[in-house]
Ligand binder design. Structure first.
Ligand code: KG4
Ligand code: ZN
Length: 339
């Protein structure tokens, strides 16, 4: 039987839905961003996020069905993000996803948000074969993962403090940029002289694959206080910060590939939209005879397509789960069931 999966993503500040079909691939996807809602607070306000998901999720699903001309009766599985994320926001997607599945008489599958990011690069050609190394870099997570198959994840590197996206966002805030700061900092860095300041490459002088990014933000603050905050200095700090993050990832990814003997590297999650990071890792892949894979820009940041696709892969493998639902604000990726 052909599988057609509705995916629902509401873990943070995007309401996103998508339809993935086993034969035709991605049929359509829609994202409603809450950026305007949270901007004046300088970050995501969890309760406002949940309330907005309540308002937007069903109309977005209706718009998706209308746009794709797909009837609800042809949907065979509902996949929704069950964690990690903001518990109130997760509960909205879970309640709606479970209710629709119950009403339509089809199974519902709880998806791990980071598994969605991790599998997004497999949605289109060229796709990596298993095993590969994945660098997952989002607002809440920074991980190096050895991926043997769907649900077969070994975390080989993790962050001891801030996630990469969080470091971008916090540093952007210091530089007076609006939330969400990552893309704004990357734009500012284009105007900067990358050689004026030399930021540290944290944890690269010792063995291991873990990360620590909180020191970079402090380094940026100290530089700002010492050098002043004129436009050129802010741009130079942005460029130096970004270069330090990219270099750190290049060093650690190289180490991970060399240690495992694997030559395929995948990057995913919001920070994989960063052009400098892509360039740095492309160069590394070229140098060591490996290959880099990343999703199209629209599937780097939060989206429904990655959830529908992860749901499709799990449903296709016969994965089923009981009706009971648990929202998991914290959910270690390595605890997923292999399929
Ligand atoms: O994956 P994502 O959309 O949401 C989470 O799961 O967290 O990632 C969002 C993060 C934010 O921290 C945002 O600033 C960062 O990704 N980000 C970027 C860029 N685009 C998004 N960071 C650096 N450069 C970018 N171009
Ligand atoms: Zn995400």
């Amino acid at each position: 039987m052909n599988l057609r999966v509705l995916g629902i993503e509401t873990s943070c500040d995007e309401t996103a839905v998508a339809l993935y079909d086993g034969q035709q691939g991605l049929l359509g996807h829609l994202v409603h961003s809450q950026i305007d809602l949270h901007r004046e607070y300088g970050g995501v306000v969890p309760e406002l996020a949940s309330r907005d998901h309540i308002r937007k999720t069903l109309p977005l699903i209706q718009a998706l069905l209308a746009q794709t001309g797909i009837s609800a009766a042809s949907i065979s599985t509902v996949a929704y993000t069950a964690g990690p994320g903001l518990i109130g926001a997760l509960l909205v997607g879970a309640a709606i996803g479970r209710s629709l599945a119950f009403a339509w008489g089809v199974p519902a599958i709880a998806i791990h948000h980071m598994e969605g990011h991790l599998l997004a690069p497999l949605m289109q050609e060229p796709r990596p074969d298993f095993p590969f190394i994945a660098l997952l870099v989002s607002g809440g997570h920074t991980m190096l993962v050895r991926v043997e198959g769907v649900g077969r994840y070994e975390i080989i590197g993790d962050t001891l403090d801030d996630a990469a996206g969080e470091a971008f966002d916090k540093t952007a805030k210091l530089l007076g940029l609006d939330y969400p700061g990552g893309p704004a900092l990357a734009r500012l860095a284009e105007q900067g002289d990358v050689s004026r300041f030399q930021f540290p490459r944290p944890m690269t002088d010792r063995p291991g694959l873990d990360f620590s990014f909180s020191g970079l933000k402090t380094f940026a603050l100290n530089t700002l206080q010492r050098e002043g905050s004129d436009d050129q200095t802010r741009a130079d700090i942005a460029a130096a910060f970004q270069r330090a993050v990219v270099d750190t990832f290049v060093i650690k990814c190289r180490r991970a590939l060399e240690q495992t003997g694997i030559r395929q590297l995948v990057i995913a999650g919001g920070v994989s939209a960063n052009q400098e990071l892509r360039r740095g890792l492309e160069k590394l892949a070229h140098k060591i005879g490996g290959r880099l894979f990343y999703p199209p820009l629209e599937f780097c940041t939060d989206n429904g397509a990655m959830i529908a696709y992860a749901g499709y892969l799990r449903a296709h493998a016969g994965y089923r789960e009981p009706l009971a639902f648990t929202g998991r604000p914290r959910w270690p990726l390595a605890e997923l069931d292999a399929i």
